[in-house]
Ligand binder design. Structure first.
Ligand SMILES: Cc1cc2nc3c(=O)[nH]c(=O)nc-3n(C[C@H](O)[C@H](O)[C@H](O)COP(=O)(O)OP(=O)(O)OC[C@H]3O[C@@H](n4cnc5c(N)ncnc54)[C@H](O)[C@@H]3O)c2cc1C
Length: 529
């Protein structure tokens, strides 16, 4: 027996799990369980008053059979299950709310099972990362259309469960749009297929594929996914344009997307984003804002699209950056939160708004960051011809309970997005109370679906369909909203923290010192003279 074992789970549960999937794949040590008690940002210890966020036991299934066994045991024992990918989401989706079994899909279910150039599909396990799959397909001359910008670590199962939009969504849609089929283990242990490996899933009854996508792990565990691919493009071309301010990018983007050009991706960052990068010693352009566009396809088509975009951008006063800068920005597309290297949490508040409100929404977001005394910046992507995803982010030390008031920003940002016909993205455990506001009367049917499929509420409970805390106490949406509003008021009253600036300075000094030491180490002779 593991000497560090500190078992809070019932011994019968642990022993059944070990018999089913192997002793070595069931972990109960306190250290291990603590590692799985939060997602993106570590939470202050005090959050354990509200959430039983330390799981009782962590399991690493090897295959779908193991997952079926785990779910059947959980169902029989009435124990909650929390599925987890790489935990990059940030809304507490993969954080347990009531303890129980945490299923880690990254450990042993992270393989690419098949890349099929004839059927244009790739079949993968849920714990594989999007980068791993993207690169393996590209090597075989095939393109995986879209993936999250967290693709170096985000898992197939994680992004699909959130129904996200990201890189390439402009042309190929979001996480839900490129799936042929999924194997999903339902809350009673039944294994289902949500679609068909080789053909479209239309005219086949209620769309199970869409039901599972965006369900945030509350309806079943995704165990295998077959994704659609397209032939790799003849050329890919990165374009970057500088603006005096992010607001100024709204009008040209609107004009470009009302033309028959079809970019793979459009991303943008404001000047504050680059300023923070420079402060931590990273090379970043000194611009008010930058829009990055990636084109792909046949040579002639890409050349035509480049010309159209160039003309529109020039008309609106944008400055075309060099190809080197554009290539660099494309390479960096998945590392936009490098500023977290300073050791502080960065929480993005993801919202979508109609493209026509780009400038106005940018202005309001900046004002909000200032009002709440936050150190942050705005980045985002254009998800389709009419939808912009804004991901403003801010830095805060979340070990300090007071800084949880920063969540007030997300709530206020959501309110602004509603005003423009948009909405916040995702629920997790932190924003589960938004369901009624976003879905209106439809929320009732979403809860009915959850109750029908998972009547004993073992599948990722405390998420999406309502905020719950320890003891299964449900927090009414009104109360949650009041709480969030209060957080924003408190945050406004707290002077801007010096933590962030100080950490940036310290980090930069450390980095410069390290670089100098490395230079001396590499060229000791030259340095002596
Ligand atoms: C730098 C950065 C960039 C990001 N960019 C984007 C972006 O472009 N677009 C975007 O949409 N999001 C983005 N995100 C948010 C996040 O990275 C994505 O949602 C990501 O895809 C989540 O994957 P994950 O493996 O980390 O999932 P986790 O955070 O581990 O889990 C997410 C949800 O999925 C559930 N889940 C995980 N695996 C399974 C499974 N096998 N079966 C059932 N449920 C499961 C979890 O319970 C949880 O509710 C970004 C985050 C960061 C930090």
């Amino acid at each position: 027996m593991d000497s560090k074992e500190d078992n809070t789970a019932n011994p019968q549960l642990v022993s059944r799990l070990r018999d089913a999937i192997g002793h070595e794949n069931v972990k109960t040590s306190k250290m291990e369980r603590l590692l799985y008690s939060h997602d993106l940002a570590p939470l202050p210890k005090e959050t354990q008053i509200a959430f039983k966020n330390v799981p009782d036991v962590v399991v690493r299934p090897r295959n779908t059979d193991d997952v079926v066994k785990i779910v059947k045991i959980a169902y029989e024992e009435g124990v909650p299950i929390t599925p987890r990918g790489s935990s990059t989401w940030g809304l507490g989706g993969s954080m347990p709310v009531f303890g129980g079994i945490l299923v880690d899909f990254t450990g042993l279910m992270n393989n690419i099972l098949d890349i099929n150039p004839v059927d244009l599909t790739v079949t993968v396990q849920p714990g594989a990362t999007w980068k791993q799959v993207y690169e393996a397909c590209l090597e075989k001359g095939l393109l995986l259309g879209s993936y999250p910008s967290s693709f170096p670590s985000a898992t197939i199962g994680g992004w699909i469960s959130t129904g996200g939009i990201g890189m390439g969504s402009m042309k190929y849609g979001g996480a839900a749009d490129n799936i042929r089929n999924m194997e999903v283990v339902m809350p009673d242990g039944t294994l289902i297929n949500t679609g068909f490996d080789l053909v479209a899933d239309n005219m086949s009854g209620y769309n199970l594929q869409r039901l599972i996508c965006s369900s945030e792990g509350t309806l079943g565990l995704i165990c295998k996914v077959t994704l659609k691919l397209v032939p790799a493009p003849e050329v890919m071309k990165a374009l970057s344009y500088a603006f005096d301010s992010l607001e100024a990018a709204g009008a040209p983007l609107m004009e470009i997307l009302r033309k028959r050009v079809d970019p793979l991706h459009i991303g943008f960052s404001d000047g504050k984003h680059f300023e923070m990068l420079r402060k931590i010693g990273r090379h970043a352009p000194e611009v008010g804002a930058m829009v990055n566009i990636e084109l792909e396809g046949a040579k002639e088509v890409v050349a035509y699209e480049e010309k159209v975009i160039d003309e529109i951008m020039a008309k609106h006063g944008a400055k075309r950056m060099s190809d080197e800068v554009a290539e660099h920005e494309w390479e960096e597309r998945c590392y936009e939160f490098r500023v977290r290297e300073i050791g502080l949490g960065s929480i993005p508040g993801e919202v979508i708004v109609p493209l026509k409100h780009f400038a106005e929404f940018t202005k309001r977001t900046n004002k909000l960051l200032d009002q709440l005394n936050m150190t942050g910046a705005i980045i985002g992507t254009v998800a389709d011809r009419n939808t912009v995803m804004f991901m403003p982010y801010y830095l805060a030390d979340f070990d300090n309970l007071v800084n949880l008031t920063s969540f007030g920003f997300n709530s206020k940002l959501s309110d602004i997005s509603y005003e423009y016909g948009g909405r916040p993205l995702g629920f997790g455990s932190f924003f589960a109370s938004n369901l009624d506001k976003i879905r209106g009367p439809g929320a009732k049917y979403i809860r009915m679906i959850k109750n029908t499929i998972d009547p004993t509420d073992i599948m990722n409970p405390g998420k999406m369909v309502g905020t719950s805390i320890r003891g299964n106490i449900k927090i009414p949406p009104m109360l949650f909203e009041l709480g969030m509003g209060a957080m924003a008021v408190v945050k406004q009253a707290i002077p801007k923290s010096k933590d962030v600036e100080e950490r940036m300075e310290m980090y930069e000094q450390e980095r410069a010192k390290k670089e100098r030491a490395e230079a001396v180490h590499q060229h000791p002779k030259e340095k002596k003279h």
